[in-house]
Each structure stands twice: as C-alpha cells, then as structure tokens.
Design a protein around this ligand. Structure first.
Ligand code: SAH
Ligand code: SF4
Ligand code: F3S
Length: 439
C-alpha cells in the first residue's frame, strides 16, 4: 500500500490520537515513512487552541500543493480540533482543494473507512460529526516509549471563556474503569514504564458513568497493577482537585509526586472573567492542602497573560501567585483570540506590545524559579526514567518523579531504564549527573 507520515500539533491528547491514526494506517497496510516526500498518505492532526497553532497547520498544508501536483495519487487527510470548528471544513474545501479527506475529533474511528472510500471513489471525503460515543479498541501504534498515553475521558464541560476546546471536543465522557485498567495492565505487560492518564479535567472522571466511581478510585485501581511503573495524569482543574485524590497519591508510590494544576491567572477579577470558578486564595488553599499531605509534591502549571481588560495590577497578582506556588515548571501563554468564545466578544483586548512586555517578565520569573529549583538538587542522587537520547550532546535524558529533567552519559542503551544519577551540575534549568546504578 505504501507509506504514511503524520504531522501533529497541539496537546498530549493529540499526540495520542496521532498514535491511533498511525494504528489505523498500519491496519490498512501502510508502513511508517520518514517524511512527507516519501509518503503515500499524509495526515495532519491539527490544534486550534491558539492562533499560532492554526497558522502553522494551514501553512504546512498549503506547502503540500506542489508535492500533490507532482504526485496526484498521494492522499492528504486533515483532522483534529481545527477541522471541528464551524466553517473549517468549508474553508479547507475552498482554500485547499487538493486535500482529500477531512475528519473531526469525534470520528477518528471512521478514518480507515474514509481512506478506503477515497481510494474506491476517487472523490473527496469530508465528514465532521458531533458524536459523543466512545470508540474502544482502536489500534494504536505508540511512539512515546517508555511512556504510554491512556485516555480516561474525552471532552470538557468547563467553558473557560478564552478556550475553544469545549466547542471542538464535545461534552465530558468517561471511559469505563475496567477498560482503562485493562489497557494499562496490557501496556505494563508490554514493558511500558510510565503511564500518563489523559483528560481535559481528570477530576471530573466518572461523573457521567452509571457506576459510582471517581478519579481517586480509578487511580487506586490502576495502582493495583503489578510491576514497576510510574503513573502520571493531566490535567487537573483547581476547582475539582481534591483531598481524596491527594490521599491516594500519598499512599501509592507508583503515582509520581507531581501535579499539573493550571492557575491561568492570579487576579480574582480576571479569574472570574475567565469563568475559572476559583479565587487566587482558593487556589493557594489547594496547594496548601496538597503540601500538608505530600510536603515534597511538585506542582506544574499553565499561566496566561493578556486576557481582555488585564491591567498591570492584575498581572502583578499573577506574578505573586507564580512566586508563591514555586512551580517546578510552567507553560506560559499569551492570550489568543478564539472566534466563538465568550472572551473574544469582550471589550478591552490588550495590545500586542503590552502582551509582549508581560510575557517576557513572566517567563523571566519562571526561569528564575526553575533555576532555584535546580539548585536544590546539588549533590543529590535521583532516579530518572530515560526517555530519550540527545544525539548532538551524546547524552541520555529522563525525568525524576517530580518531573525535573536530568541528563547523563552512557555507552549502554538506557532507553526505558530507571537510572540513578548523582547530580554534578545544577546551574541551569536541567540537571546533569553521573550514573550511580541502572535499574
Ligand atoms: N484542559 C486543560 C487545558 C487544555 S489547553 C486544562 O484546563 O488544564 C492548554 C492550555 O492552553 C490552557 O491551560 C491555557 O493556559 C492555554 N489556552 C487555552 N486557550 C487559550 C487561548 N485562547 N489563548 C492562550 N492560551 C490558551
Ligand atoms: Fe479549556 Fe478550561 Fe476545559 Fe481546560 S478546563 S479545556 S482550559 S475550557
Ligand atoms: Fe489539544 Fe489543541 Fe485540541 S490543545 S484539545 S489539540 S485545540
């Protein structure tokens, strides 16, 4: 059948969905290709959370025009969050008539059929649906070893006013606890060493299920699986993050002591406009509750600047929370207007100049905190799970359970191994160490 190549934008959810796209293509008989140039089928798995992500995708799809002209039999498929927006399929149809298949976030399981239809009829196949069903048992070709992504729920009901995700991912729906546990058991059996549970708001897990089960119960069940592996999960919503989950974390050494708890902003006025449903003080109370039970637990965050009407004072409140929260790492974002969201229709959008100034100051602060966090590692021995090899520097890299990145040198292939390293350089954001022992 030929070769496939997939280009992925966006979050871990999309990374994992691209593994399912790969699984679908391999089930049809395609093999993984090295580039667009040698591929017979190319898929774009798109993101629309910020304008930039969308611009990149449109740019790269456009760049395929000459390749498609030279090789008209090459199939181009575009899917993911961008295509699920109202009017997007139409825009793709008129701007990029050479795109063969357009699919959405909720009919990925139909992609195989769509490819077959395209080949049989030689006609464009465009299919975007709203389907809140959960497709189980889709084949996935994983490429994030030693980590494996596992969906626990899809969609989001929170409607933060800046965010497009609830519009393109549909309502919250949870997979059954049994299906999740079975998938993890299988992955651990296959040798995966880290499992990351995925959901836009994992703390609402189970609310829509007939059985009485919540996220803490699910974590507990997953921890019962034998074997050495690390368990992580993203994302948590501060309004729903609770003591029951933290207690399960404290009792189960398999769960990494690291929680992604996005704060977004530190001003109560802005948090309210964002519809986040907590105040800065309530957020700090959650951190205090967490640290009372697990004193050394690391916290990571998403922080946004430049939300409509944000004043210098509001921004200072964000800096204050960031300073106080002492994140081990944080993703920092400039607010980006998303058509169809409530915030987009608000007055008082912030100029690019002000946004630029604020993001620089925020990044400076978080970098300083990152370096201070690193210094605490001086002389310590930590256990990292080697997840990659940096060819240029000839170094293996992996994270400790707190999510801190460590590097070490080895002639032996360390991928997927737990390695103890003694830190000898912690002057930057990442750590460097000498190997003490392997597994
Ligand atoms: N459900 C996850 C987040 C998914 S989107 C959660 O709530 O944690 C990842 C991050 O992108 C968000 O946390 C937010 O910080 C950022 N983001 C979302 N919409 C954005 C927008 N319109 N402009 C800038 N950043 C945005
Ligand atoms: Fe977006 Fe908020 Fe849902 Fe996260 S919780 S996906 S930020 S609406
Ligand atoms: Fe993820 Fe982007 Fe969609 S962040 S959920 S791929 S809009």
């Amino acid at each position: 059948m030929g070769k496939y190549f997939i280009i992925t934008y966006g979050c871990q959810m999309n990374e994992h969905e691209s593994e399912k796209i790969a699984g679908t293509f391999e089930a049809l008989g395609y093999e993984r290709g090295e580039s667009v140039e040698d591929a017979d089928i190319v898929a774009f798995n798109t993101c629309c959370v910020r304008e930039n992500a969308e611009r990149h995708a449109y740019g790269n799809i456009g760049a395929l025009k000459p390749i498609k002209k030279a090789r008209p039999n090459m199939i181009i498929a575009v899917g993911g969050c961008m295509t699920q927006q109202p009017g997007a399929a139409e825009k793709l149809r008129s701007t990029f008539p050479f795109v063969d298949i357009v699919f959405g976030t909720q009919n990925l399981s139909e992609l195989g059929e769509m490819v077959k239809r395209r080949i049989e009829t030689n006609k464009r196949v465009v299919d975007i649906v709203e389907n809140n069903a959960i497709a189980e048992g889709q084949p996935a070709v994983r490429n994030s070893f030693p980590n494996a992504w596992v969906n626990v729920m899809y969609g989001c009901n929170n409607f933060c006013t800046y965010c497009i995700v609830p519009y393109v991912r549909g309502r919250e729906r949870s997979r059954s606890c049994d299906n999740i546990v079975e998938e993890v058991r299988q992955l651990v059996g296959e040798g995966y060493k880290e499992i990351t549970l995925l959901g836009q708001n994992v703390n609402s897990y189970g609310k829509d299920l007939p059985e009485k089960v919540d996220f803490a119960d699910l974590l507990q069940e997953v921890c019962k699986i034998d074997g050495k592996f690390r368990l992580r999960f993203i994302s948590n919503h501060p309004k729903d993050f609770n003591e029951k989950v933290v207690k399960v974390m404290a009792e189960n050494p398999k769960i990494c002591k690291c929680v992604h708890l996005p704060v977004q902003a530190g001003s109560d006025r802005i948090l309210k406009l964002m519809n986040r449903q907590y105040t800065a003080e309530q957020y700090i109370e959650k951190l205090d509750m967490l640290h009372k039970i697990i004193p050394d637990c690391a916290v990571t965050s998403d922080i946004m600047i430049g939300f409509p009407t944000e004043t210098e004072e509001d921004f200072q409140d964000t800096l204050k929370v960031v300073e106080r929260a002492n994140y081990i790492s944080a993703f920092t974002f400039v607010y980006s207007r998303r058509s169809g969201t409530v915030a987009d229709r608000m007055e008082g959008h912030i100029s690019d100049e002000v946004k630029k100034d604020r993001i620089v100051r925020l990044v400076d602060l978080q970098n300083r905190i990152n370096r201070e966090q690193s210094k605490k590692y001086e002389g310590k021995t930590i256990e990292i799970l080697c997840e990659d090899y940096d060819e240029k520097r000839d170094l293996y890299l992996g994270r400790d359970e707190y999510g801190k990145m460590g590097y070490c040198k080895s002639d032996e292939n360390l991928l997927g191994k737990f390695v103890n390293i003694k830190i000898n350089d912690c002057s930057g954001i990442s750590l460097f160490g000498d190997i003490v022992s392997i597994e």
